[in-house]
Design a protein around this ligand. Structure first.
Ligand SMILES: C[S@@+](CC[C@H](N)C(=O)[O-])C[C@H]1O[C@@H](n2cnc3c(N)ncnc32)[C@H](O)[C@@H]1O
Length: 346
């Protein structure tokens, strides 16, 4: 079971950061970003510190509001958010053509929601790679509870320098994770190295679309809100990801922004003009209750100082995501399926 209660949220804020250091970690995290004078080069040079601070601070909020899988999904009418999330995971497994017994790598696995679902769906052994110790400790506990701990494991490492030999995995996927990389080419090159020749890599990338105008101030503001609210150094254009994939040696089988065909917009759960009982905690009323609950828990000392600040940059993220989604300048589901050729001509 994911930790879904208010006290779980409160006690989890800060992850592995000492509870007395949470407020100063929030300060340090915010200073990386545009709204506090931060610069892209600084975020890229310190990506590991920035991203780890971010996930230590926000993971319990994510679990509280979203569940065990930390990603969006295209959605059909009549489908619940949870159902759409699972279907999005199954889609990836089907695209990769996963077969029972295969060894699969999940790059940037969060607390392992997708890893458990994909492993059960396809009878594969999935290794979750993640640089955040707190998320791995949560993931191990959830794997034990679900009973996939014999076939699936976690490795704590940076996806820019993976601790695996060349040609180790039958398939690799990444869900809304490689957007944290300071450089897409470096990250895809590592994925290419650890994947067996002839096998596939599939991902959902966070990207700015071709409608994004870098000279438009409103577009710039929305991009910066998503970056601060989601721990990102710089959101790349879809075309840049495609180029980086090819440069890393992949043959692209197909690619598409799946947001374009989603009957229900992916950002609907975050849109304050929308009400849903099944994702009540994300609605205006749900967020109002959470905000006041976090304020009270921080006041009485059950949540560390700085918790309310985390809640506010997450709300800023929600605004940026909904704004970026509505204007179609941003997508969290730029999908691609790419193959590592049998022989490398690089
Ligand atoms: C938005 S979460 C998505 C998690 C998971 N894929 C899911 O859908 O539930 C992004 C994940 O990428 C991981 N991550 C970010 N940068 C990383 C890095 N350099 N190396 C390994 N993992 C990283 C984070 O710790 C986090 O678990």
């Amino acid at each position: 079971m994911s930790k879904a209660g208010a006290l779980d949220l409160a006690s989890g804020v800060g992850g592995k950061i000492d509870k007395n250091e949470v407020l100063s970690a929030v300060d340090q995290y915010e200073k990386y970003h545009v709204f506090y004078g931060g610069e892209e080069e600084e975020r890229k040079a310190n990506y590991s510190d920035m991203v780890n601070k971010y996930y230590d601070l926000v993971t319990s909020f994510y679990e509280f509001g979203w569940g065990e899988s930390f990603h969006f999904a295209p959605r059909w009418k009549g489908e619940s958010l949870r159902e759409s999330i699972k279907r999005h995971e199954h889609f990836l497994a089907l695209q990769l053509g996963l077969k029972p017994g295969q060894k699969v790598l999940d790059v940037g696995c969060g607390i392992g929601g997708p890893l458990r679902e994909i492993s059960k769906f396809s009878s594969t052994s999935v290794t979750g790679l993640n640089n955040n110790e707190y998320q791995i400790s949560r993931g191990k506990e959830l794997n034990r509870i679900t009973g996939v701990d014999k076939t699936c494991n976690f490795v704590k490492a940076d996806f820019m320098k993976m601790p695996f030999p060349d040609n180790s995995f039958d398939a690799v996927y990444a869900i809304e994770a490689t957007c944290h990389a300071p450089d897409a080419h470096g990250c895809y090159k590592e994925i290419h190295r650890v994947l067996k020749p002839g096998q596939c890599f599939a991902a959902y990338e966070w990207c700015m679309t071709d409608s994004f105008d870098p000279n438009n101030q409103e577009h710039q503001k929305l991009k910066a809100e998503i970056e601060i609210g989601d721990g990102l150094p710089d959101i790349r254009l879809t075309g840049k990801c495609l180029e980086a994939l090819k440069q890393a040696g992949f043959e692209v089988i197909w690619e598409k922004d799946l947001a374009a065909d989603s009957p229900v917009p992916w950002y609907l759960p975050l849109d304050t003009s929308h009400f849903s009982l099944s994702s009540f905690r994300l609605t205006t009323v749900g967020r109002f209750i959470t905000r006041n609950m976090v304020k009270t828990l921080e006041y009485v000392g059950l949540a560390p100082k700085g918790s309310q600040r985390v809640q506010s940059f997450l709300e800023q993220a929600a605004e940026g995501l909904v704004g970026g989604g509505k204007k179609e300048i941003f997508t969290p589901m730029y999908f691609f399926l790419a193959r590592k050729p049998l022989s490398d001509n690089l």
